[in-house]
Write a protein that binds this ligand. Structure first.
Ligand SMILES: Nc1ncnc2c1ncn2[C@@H]1O[C@H](COP(=O)(O)OP(=O)(O)O)[C@@H](O)[C@H]1O
Ligand SMILES: [Mg+2]
Length: 251
């Protein structure tokens, strides 16, 4: 059976003044898929996510998330999606549990339900041991994992993560990538995440999209992009460096 399409963009375009941030983007993501949205700074990744979230309106084209138009039905979309922005803010004087409780209440989740959920989430993002420390004392990696817990508190169907590994050290990066992969495998969530680093994206993505200057220049499983882009036969070896040179250096 064909998998349900959860994210659908057609000819999606965003202009800021005369500058085209996203240029006729057509792309679909299926239920349960991990989609890695790759591209250098300024490629239009964040702008695309903001349109998917209903936080900025497209100039033209269409966008649907679980069948809803985020610009027209922002509350519906907000109910079913979770979003980790590039810069997450917390209440620094509160601990992890208090921050999560606050977000749960904002989302109208009663305490009797959120209490158990918060405990489970703290375990899941590996912060249970630090749950009573003020978030102001957290490392960048801990903050990002708490951000993931906040995203998950309302049990979204689709998760958008904007550069979730930016600024993390190698250990923090690996923990974040493992966590994202676990969300996909254990919760069957649809995950759309952006990064400017090909090696991180390819580790955990079912499919990759490459954005350059607002345009999607390639989309598919990495092996397919390699075959097509480098003109290789099936099974022929390639390196990430070659892919990078092909798609990024030519743009
Ligand atoms: N609010 C804004 N006003 C004007 N230009 C913007 C705004 N947000 C982004 N841009 C421009 O749009 C382009 C795409 O930016 P962005 O979506 O943030 O890319 P990325 O997330 O891939 O780094 C960039 O050239 C950026 O300068
Ligand atoms: Mg960005």
């Amino acid at each position: 059976m064909e998998k349900e399409i959860v994210i659908r963009m057609e000819e999606l375009t965003k202009l800021y003044g005369t500058q085209t941030a996203v240029d006729r983007l057509t792309l679909s993501v299926a239920q349960g898929e991990v989609f890695g949205f790759l591209g250098p700074n300024g490629a239009g990744k964040t702008t695309t996510m903001l349109m998917l979230l209903g936080l900025t309106e497209p100039t033209s084209g269409t966008v649907r998330v679980c069948g809803f138009d985020p610009a027209r039905d922002p509350l519906k979309v907000k109910e079913i999606i979770g979003y980790l922005p590039e810069h997450v803010g917390f209440y620094e004087d509160m601990d992890a549990r208090q921050n999560l409780r606050y977000i749960a209440r904002l989302n109208d989740i009663p305490d009797r339900i959120s209490t158990a959920r918060i405990d489970r989430l703290l375990e899941e993002v590996d912060l249970a041991g630090e749950a009573t420390k003020k978030v102001g004392s957290y490392s960048k990696g801990m903050r990002q994992r708490l951000g993931i817990a906040e995203v998950l508190i309302k049990e979204p169907k689709v998760v958008f993560l904007d550069e979730p590994t930016i600024g993390l050290d190698p250990d923090g990066t690996n923990r974040m990538l493992d966590l994202i992969q676990a969300l996909s495998r254990e919760r069957q969530m649809t995950i759309f995440f952006s990064s400017h680093l090909l090696d991180q994206v390819q580790q955990i993505s079912d499919r990759i999209g490459i954005m350059i200057k607002g345009k999607l220049v390639a989309a598919g499983p990495l092996a397919e992009l390699a075959q097509r882009g480098l003109g290789l036969e099936e099974g022929e070896a390639y390196t990430l460096e070659e892919i990078y040179m092909k798609y990024f250096k030519e743009a």
